[in-house]
Design a protein around this ligand. Sequence first.
Ligand SMILES: C[S@@+](CC[C@H](N)C(=O)[O-])C[C@H]1O[C@@H](n2cnc3c(N)ncnc32)[C@H](O)[C@@H]1O
Length: 241
Amino acid sequence: MHTPENETTARDGADAGRDERHARHVGDLGTSPGFQRLRDEIIARAAPTKGERVLDVGAGSTGLLALAAAPDAEHVTAVDFSPAVCRMLEQRAKDLQLENVSVLVGDARKLPLPDNSVDVALSNYCLHHVNDTEKLVALGELARVLKPGGRLVFGDMMFRVGIRTSRDRRVVAKFALGMLRRGPAGVVRLLRNVVKTFVAPSEMPASVEWWDQALRSSGFTDVKVEALEHEGGIAYARWPS
Ligand SMILES: C[S@@+](CC[C@H](N)C(=O)[O-])C[C@H]1O[C@@H](n2cnc3c(N)ncnc32)[C@H](O)[C@@H]1O
């Protein structure tokens, strides 16, 4: 696993135990049936082929997309800003004897890859962890590393925390009801989430409309962003040839 020298990540200063717990939690997400359906949908839309270089941003400890893309691709680079996530993913790729997978500690906002070096960029449920300004920086980075004609496909939460649109209201209400059904522990968790959302948000999803506009204004073409029936969505775009 390559860790760039003097790397600064959002997890700097976080203790190793916390990062290990984060990596295990991310691993659990990657094995959920919902994420596996999303993986199949993203891989089908991206359709990597032999000879193509693939990037997975925020790859997670299970390497949900990276490891699924590896058998079809020339090479896969998995990037995640958590060193513990990267260690687990590297071990997983080794266990599966996937020799065309490299794992790099790195940030979506400053990708550790050269310009024009990627044919297919993938990501799942990573970009809602950065704010809207940083999402645009991440799109700029994806544009920088994609080759002309390169494809970008990502899944993420796609709604706004609020009550402005019917989709936002439906997703927020479903989340709140799910918590309340868990009884007192759920009420406490819900209150904690409400406070966190306003004081120190770690989840900052954007809507389908926002992503559509952001991709177009970042210079991508063939943009198609779709809401799924749950809180998620899938975006497809191409960097111009
Ligand atoms: C919800 S998990 C999804 C992991 C994986 N893509 C999957 O679908 O199972 C989000 C991942 O993004 C990583 N992450 C969050 N912000 C990041 C950033 N700015 N740059 C790189 N990785 C990031 C986290 O460490 C975590 O592994």
